[in-house]
Design a binder for this molecule. Structure first.
Ligand code: ARG
Ligand code: ZN
Ligand code: CA
Length: 243
């Protein structure tokens, strides 16, 4: 084998309205976005600046396969990051074997929150997985400017041990050496170059990285260092070797 790990995915859909009950084709569309982004075959990879070509991940060698879809209707009008969607006892859907499947919960309104994820230290626990608000899942019918399926790309990055590229602090540390240090998150659709000064050094930040906060259309790469971090999680000695 070439070391590619195929992660089986269970999509748990909690819906109140028919638009929250996302279609099977929209789920397939989201899986396809994940496979393109983690395979480095996303067409917008051609927009990676020359200065970052040498540190792009290309193929992360992680792929995704839809194993099952579980649907449940609910009367809940909003959800939060308290994990209620992950247990039937609190109106949610219990995870399917979380050590062996990536569970994604798709829920209605979460206010300003597009999604959230657990890090590998939660591997196999009842709450392990990714949550995405229905409006930001998949592409067709999703809400601009977060309608290219990249919320899932970002959240699965966390699930595979990636930190935000700014290290959640002013010139913080994302534990990846080939992503330039940056002063904070970026939003919208910045243009390259975008200079930040950290530690007295000025250079353009990698705002087009999936682990920044830019719009879906403005993010299109992982770095080689991020690939190494994700690979060690799914390796036979890694925290997510059961996938
Ligand atoms: N704010 C969320 C998080 O920190 C997701 C951001 C996703 N960004 C996007 N362009 N879809 O996990
Ligand atoms: Zn994040
Ligand atoms: Ca870095």
């Amino acid at each position: 084998s070439d070391g590619t790990v195929e992660i089986p995915v269970v999509v748990n859909v909690l819906y109140r309205t028919s638009s929250e009950n996302i279609s099977a084709s929209r789920i397939a569309e989201q899986i396809a976005v994940l496979n393109a982004d983690y395979g480095g075959t996303n067409t917008d990879a051609s927009s990676i600046p020359t200065a970052f070509q040498g540190v792009k991940a290309g193929d992360v060698k992680v792929r995704f396969r839809l194993a099952n879809t579980v649907r449940k209707s609910t009367t809940k009008t909003s959800w939060s990051t308290n994990d209620a969607m992950k247990r039937s006892s609190s109106g949610g859907i219990d995870a399917t074997s979380p050590a062996n499947y990536l569970n994604i919960w798709v829920v209605g309104n979460m206010g300003q929150i597009l999604g959230y994820a657990t890090f590998p230290e939660s591997s196999g626990l009842w709450n392990d997985g990714v949550v995405i608000a229905a409006s930001y899942f998949g592409k067709t019918g999703a809400s601009a400017p977060f309608n290219k399926g990249r919320t899932a790309t970002h959240e699965v990055g966390h699930y595979l041990n990636l930190r935000h590229i700014w290290g959640d602090a002013n010139c913080g540390n994302d534990l990846v050496s080939d992503t330039p240090t940056q002063t904070g998150p970026n939003y919208g659709t910045p243009s390259y170059p975008l200079y930040n000064t950290c530690g007295g050094v000025q250079r353009s930040v990698m705002f087009m990285n999936y682990m920044d906060y830019v719009d879906d259309a403005a993010m299109f790469m992982f770095s080689a260092g991020q690939k190494t971090r994700m690979q060690s999680v799914v390796a036979s000695s890694g925290a997510r070797s059961g996938l």
